[in-house]
Each structure stands twice: as C-alpha cells, then as structure tokens.
Design a protein around this ligand. Structure first.
Ligand SMILES: Cc1cc2nc3c(=O)[nH]c(=O)nc-3n(C[C@H](O)[C@H](O)[C@H](O)COP(=O)(O)OP(=O)(O)OC[C@H]3O[C@@H](n4cnc5c(N)ncnc54)[C@H](O)[C@@H]3O)c2cc1C
Length: 250
C-alpha cells in the first residue's frame, strides 16, 4: 500500500442517456404516444432540443440519465465532502469490515493520499509525511492487538487513530441533473483541490458519453460572471480556457 493516486472509472451509465432525457421532455410537450416519440427521437438529432431544455431550466428530464463511477485513491477527507451531496448514491469501503492491520507487513503502511503541496516541498517532506503515516499504522496495529484482534469489533475502534489522509474507495451514482450541480460546485477553484480533481475527471468521462448535456458543465463562471464575489479566484479567463479542453467531443 502506501501512497495512492486518484483513479476514476465510469462503470455504467443509462444507455443513450441523451435520448432518454429527450424522450422524457418530449412527452411533456406532445400528444403523440410513447412508441411514436421514441421512433422520432431515434430518427433525428435531439441536440438543439436538449440545449433548449437546459436554457429554459427544464431539468427534471435530466434525472432519467444516471452514471455510476468506481473511485479509488481518494482520502477520507474527500469522502466527508462528496457524501454531502444528498442526491447521489454511495457504497464506501468499510473501515469496520476491512482491517488495515494487514498493511503493516514489514514497513508496509495503509493506503494514503499525500497532498500535492506537501509533496512539492520535496523528498524530505515526503519522507516526513510517510513516517507519520507509518507511526499511525503502528498505533492502529497496537490497538487491534489490545482489543483482542476480533475482526470488526477491533477494527471499528482501532480506526480512530487513522488520519483523514487514509485512502478510501467507493462506487457513486449520480443522475445528470445532480452531476451538473456537482460540477457547478466542485469544479470551481473555491472547491478543495482533491474533490476538484475528482470532479474534473468525472466530467471528462461523462462528456465523452453525453457531450450535449455536459458541453457547458463545470464551474458557474463558464456561463456568466463569477458568483463568488470577494472570494473569487480572479482567474475567469484561464478557467474558461481550461474547460474548453476537458475532452470536448462536439
Ligand atoms: C467551496 C465549498 C465549501 C464548503 N464548505 C463547507 C463548510 O465549511 N461546512 C459545511 O458544512 N459544508 C461545506 N460545504 C458543503 C456545502 O454546504 C453542501 O453541503 C455541499 O456542497 C452539497 O451541496 P448541495 O446541498 O447543494 O447538494 P446536494 O445535496 O447534492 O443537493 C442538490 C440540490 O438539491 C436540493 N436539495 C437537496 N436536499 C434538499 C433539502 N433537504 N431541502 C431542500 N432542497 C434540497 C438543493 O437545491 C440542492 O442544491 C462546502 C461546499 C463547497 C463547494
């Protein structure tokens, strides 16, 4: 184990997510039956229609398309932030059922994330951080032993000495509407670096599957003035330029 890096996989998504969204919305405005609507949707591009829906703010049809991600190499600190998003669904690796004690095989340490700014301080800083993690591993192993090494009943208390840096893994599902909202908040420079990196990677993946829905997704300053007022990062042009290049396919 030791240092872990962010890994995001788009595991599953609604087949033809843009078609499903268009279907839901067309039904609202049409007297036609479902089969006819579906044939119409398959026969013609729905891009302009989807764009109009987004401009109007008719966003409930976007809830019909869902995306499931496998996420590894993120900290428990990120977990606290992402789980604030109540419309998402989560399955998270348990620190009760999965012991970290096995990590300490001859100098081995539980998986952890090192913040880039600490890593950028150089090899000495990285070594110091690693030795702090190793110390926590020793504390953890010590408590598991003192608590009788009884699986989850020992793990659930020993984990109290593990840090926010400890790695976790999760499966997360969000619908397209929630994703658009998540990207608004978490792609912004005001968001913390780790969740911002995750959000950008998720956006890169979904843009490849649903390019019209996610064409202008990202921080709110992509579509208007920065809403952060005095707390603005002041890098509006740079941010807009960057987001143009996150795997835009249309
Ligand atoms: C830069 C930044 C800094 C932050 N700092 C802090 C902090 O210091 N402390 C802290 O506690 N949190 C902090 N947060 C977390 C923040 O307060 C939200 O909990 C988090 O961003 C989830 O946002 P949400 O509630 O809009 O999202 P979701 O839970 O995904 O909800 C999506 C939308 O659904 C609607 N909704 C969901 N549930 C309800 C409900 N019960 N009632 C009405 N409408 C609902 C709302 O319109 C909401 O915007 C921070 C977030 C960011 C981006």
């Amino acid at each position: 184990m030791g240092v872990k890096k962010l890994k995001v996989i788009l595991l599953r998504h609604t087949p033809n997510p843009q078609g499903v969204v268009a279907m839901g919305a067309k039904l609202c405005y049409s007297a036609a039956g479902i089969t006819d609507l579906e044939e119409d949707i398959m026969a013609k591009s729905q891009n302009a229609f989807l764009e109009r829906l987004m401009e109007m703010g008719h966003l409930t049809p976007f809830e019909h398309a869902s995306f499931t991600f496998g996420i590894e190499g993120v900290s428990r600190s990120l977990l606290a932030q992402i789980t604030r998003h109540r419309i998402a669904s989560f399955s998270v690796k348990s620190q009760r059922y999965v012991s970290a004690a096995g990590a300490n095989q001859e100098g081995n340490v539980f998986g952890y994330i090192i913040p880039p700014r600490i890593a950028a301080l150089g090899p000495e800083a990285i070594k110091e951080f690693a030795s702090q993690m190793a110390q926590m591993q020793k504390w953890y192993d010590g408590w598991v032993e003192k608590l009788g090494n009884y699986g989850e009943s020992a793990n659930e208390d020993a984990r109290f000495v593990l840090p926010n840096a400890a790695e976790t893994k999760m499966v997360v599902t969000m619908n397209a509407r929630e994703l658009l909202h998540f990207f608004n908040l978490r792609c912004c420079h005001r968001a913390q670096w780790e969740i911002r990196a995750l959000a950008e990677e998720m956006l890169r993946l979904v843009r490849m599957i649903a390019p019209v829905i996610f064409r202008d997704a990202g921080p709110r300053c992509l579509r208007g003035p920065c809403p952060e007022g005095k707390k603005s990062c002041g890098r509006l042009n740079e941010v807009r330029e960057r987001y143009k290049h996150i795997s835009r396919t249309t």
